[in-house]
Design a protein around this ligand. Structure first.
Ligand code: FDA
Length: 305
């Protein structure tokens, strides 16, 4: 049943008509739980609240699968303005973004131009930028762009997904670039030809990737809400005498907030991924797919309207 629900929400997450409708109607269907507002000003209030609780942030102007270059330019502009606001307010926040929001499906040159502008602004303000990983179809292109940018910039990182068979090889190849990597389990619907269908295999691969990247000596963001994975990292820390300055935990805004604070109290660096903007639909549907119990929040949202 859980699998059927998961597939259903992942199918819905890619529906263009519903995405467009959602943009016009503000944060609905429980989205307020996972999205910090539609503007950077609204998000900044939440970021301040999180910073005050000892949590660092990575902020994401929501948007994906853009096919119009004006929209891509608008998205790049929003990311640049967001960094200016973060710097002005002195917030402890980095930036995350999706290359399809900057026109990955339109042209590589367009994305490179937007990314260089964004990374230059980030450099000016000492802000790191992490390129989220999207679906398998875009993985090769995303990694190629990351590799090219990494040679020019110190403030760029990317994400690897443990559910893909290819990821171990990608991680080994990226090691030569002294990368900043966020490791995740993976959030998209992928075929069994490219991704492990069984959760146990994803978890095993995830552990393997975390250990390898940490032992390579690379900075590692372990982005998960899974107690078992966090305990695993704590064990690695002890067994291999890892310095806490080499890794951080990352979690999504609105998920396991108390747990985030508990880890901070234990002395770990925790970063919260804070999305904002009007294009919340696909992001929200993926969060529902991860945990169908979240549908209750949707139903509450519907009742409240
Ligand atoms: P898992 O799904 O096994 O869940 C473990 C436990 O965590 C659950 O039992 C539940 O208690 C809790 N939990 C998990 N998801 C929840 C939810 N939605 N609501 C409430 N509780 C939940 N993916 C991707 O493909 N590309 C990317 O760039 C990113 N970026 C990213 C950044 C950050 C900061 C995070 C935390 C995650 C991502 N992801 C991502 C998403 C990631 O791939 C994955 O889908 C989710 O993190 C859920 O997997 P977990 O590792 O939390 O474990």
């Amino acid at each position: 049943m859980e699998n059927i629900m998961r597939n259903f929400f992942l199918f819905l997450s890619k529906n263009q008509m519903l995405t467009n409708m959602a943009k016009e109607h503000g944060l609905k269907f429980g989205a307020k739980r996972f999205v910090a507002g539609t503007t950077i000003e609204a998000a900044a209030k939440e970021i301040k609240r999180l910073n005050d609780a000892g949590l660092a942030v990575t902020v994401d102007y929501l948007g994906e699968f853009v096919h119009d270059s004006l929209e891509a330019a608008q998205s790049a502009k929003q990311s640049i303005e967001a960094m200016e606001t973060l710097a002005e307010l002195g917030l402890d926040a980095e930036l995350s973004l999706k290359l399809t929001s900057l026109g990955l499906d339109i042209s590589r040159e367009l994305v490179m131009q937007h990314m260089r502008n964004i990374l230059d602004k980030g450099k000016e303000h000492g802000i790191n930028v992490t390129i989220d990983m999207e679906d398998y179809e875009r993985c090769d292109k995303t990694l190629a762009i990351y590799k090219e940018l990494r040679k020019e910039y110190d403030n760029v990182g990317t994400v690897l997904q443990a559910y893909l068979y290819r990821t171990l090889k990608d991680l080994q190849e990226l090691n030569a670039l002294d990368p900043y990597l966020r490791l995740v389990k993976g959030a998209y619907k992928e075929s069994t030809e490219v991704a492990f269908p069984e959760k146990a295999d994803v978890d095993e691969n995830y552990r393997h990737l975390i250990k390898l990247n940490l032992l390579f000596g690379n900075y590692t963001a372990i982005a998960t809400h899974d107690d078992a994975m966090i305990d695993y990292v704590k064990q690695l820390e002890q067994d291999h005498h890892l310095d806490r300055s080499q890794f951080e935990f990352q979690m999504l805004y609105g998920i396991r907030s108390d747990f985030q604070k508990r880890l901070v109290k234990e002395g770990y660096k925790v970063r919260v991924y804070v999305p904002y903007g009007e294009d919340w639909y696909g992001y929200n549907m993926r969060r529902l797919a991860e945990r169908p119990a979240n549908v209750l929040f949707v139903l509450k949202g519907l009742v409240k309207k």
